[in-house]
Design a protein around this ligand. Structure first.
Ligand SMILES: *[C@@H]1O[C@H](CO)[C@@H](O)[C@H](O)[C@H]1NC(C)=O
Ligand SMILES: *[C@@H]1O[C@H](CO)[C@@H](O)[C@H](O)[C@H]1NC(C)=O
Length: 378
């Protein structure tokens, strides 16, 4: 009886906590949204997003379950359609896949990515009649799942996950858990040339920037249908998306890089962020900020630090930058999404009723119940 009441009270307090608006808290920046500190099964997390362009292309979510946590960062390009679609479908596809197999594994995660890609391509097929450029909309996709003490990371594109680990003398050390799929990296160009030995123009250097087929920098994504299947070729009257010859095979793939890691006591926290953050902060700078500053609002602090650097590069102050409205802001910085997930080892292995099963979406001020509840009893 008591534990039942306690659960209701905890859920109620949790919901009340989530319902609080957190846009613009103390920063005076109307484009900055955050959740300062929230419970999850294995500790606490902090979440922040800043918008740059007219429409927010970064979508993101943190889902808390009784004994699992899910983080997704989806950095869209060409419009928000693909990143929003991923936020609406990927986690659900993952929960279905976990339910079917009764557990989580690298294959289960891979299946959820490919189901999401297939569903998005079907969406493109249905909508391109009225919206032809949907075939050129895509998104990077970074996902982290903590499940019974094990971390799974799956990544497409150039968002990044970094873990902060305590070293021998209690110093914090950054370890990068993802590799970027960006044609500016030599290993990416080499991989593409190996996959397309008959295509001497698979990567092209134009104005000092390497692009796949001279068109795009990321080599893996959800969407970008016109670079995956000939049926999605865009009308040649739009030269921006014109391929010199028809596709023989996909030049972009939706095959994620996946890593699995059993979390160790020295693994203290994870930072998941879109490339907008990493453009201005090194991995080591970011983990030192997280290690040395108070937990509440730490994701917002990382975003704000990146904005200070972005402003300084243009010989401005953040105080002046934050008065600039969306759209124009895109000339100073990209959309930035940051989720900092603290791993508190005393919570890591037990189920914890104090963490409500909630879904929190980047830049959405109301939280809802999480689809993690689909796994109750699995
Ligand atoms: C910003 O948004 C506009 C209109 O939505 C779009 O045309 C443009 O490509 C975007 N800019 C960048 C750099 O993403
Ligand atoms: C790819 O990497 C380059 C160099 O680091 C960077 O400037 C660019 O923004 C990245 N591409 C994308 C699509 O983010």
């Amino acid at each position: 009886m008591f534990s039942w009441l306690a659960k209701i009270a905890a859920a109620f307090l949790g919901l009340r906590h989530y319902a609080r608006m957190s846009r613009d808290e103390g920063d005076g920046d109307a484009l900055l949204w955050s959740r300062d500190l929230v419970r999850h099964a294995a500790g606490e997390y902090s979440f922040a997003v800043v918008q740059a362009n007219e429409s927010l292309e970064d979508h993101s979510q943190v889902e808390t379950g009784r004994d699992a946590t899910f983080v997704g960062v989806y950095d869209g390009h060409g419009g928000p359609d693909a990143s929003r679609f991923i936020a609406d479908h990927l986690f659900l596809n993952l929960m279905r896949s976990v339910r079917e197999s009764g557990t989580i594994s690298e294959d289960v995660v891979r299946n959820a990515f490919s189901a999401t890609e297939d569903a998005f391509l079907a969406h493109v097929r249905r909508t391109r009649e009225i919206k032809p450029l949907i075939a050129a909309v895509g998104s990077c996709c970074l996902v982290g799942i903590i499940w019974k003490g094990t971390l799974y990371i799956a990544n497409l594109g150039d968002s990044r996950a970094v873990i902060g680990c305590l070293g021998r003398s209690n110093n914090i050390i950054a370890e990068q858990l993802t590799k970027e799929h960006n044609a500016s990296m030599e290993y990416v160009r080499r991989e593409l040339m190996t996959l397309h030995p008959d295509d001497s123009h698979i990567v092209v250097l134009k104005h000092g920037v390497w692009r796949i087929k001279g068109l795009i920098q990321v080599s893996r994504s959800i969407g970008d249908a016109y670079l995956k299947r000939p049926e999605f070729t865009i009308d040649p009257s739009i030269p921006r998306f014109h391929l010199p010859e028809s596709l023989k095979r996909p030049v972009l793939t939706a095959e994620p890089s996946i890593c699995k890691r059993v979390l160790r006591p020295q693994d203290r926290f994870l930072i998941f962020a879109s490339d907008g953050l990493w453009e201005h902060l090194t991995n080591q700078e970011a983990v030192e900020i997280v290690q040395n500053c108070p937990r509440p609002g730490i994701a917002r602090r990382l975003v704000r630090t990146a904005l200070h650097v972005a402003a300084r590069k243009r010989e401005m102050r953040y105080g002046d930058l934050k008065k600039i409205g969306k759209g124009i802001r895109r000339f100073f910085h990209d959309d930035i999404t940051v989720a900092v997930i603290f791993i508190d080892h005393e919570h890591l292995l037990g189920s914890d009723s104090a963490a409500p099963q909630l879904s929190v979406r980047g830049f959405v001020d109301a939280a809802g119940p999480s689809e993690f509840s689909m796994l109750d009893g699995v």
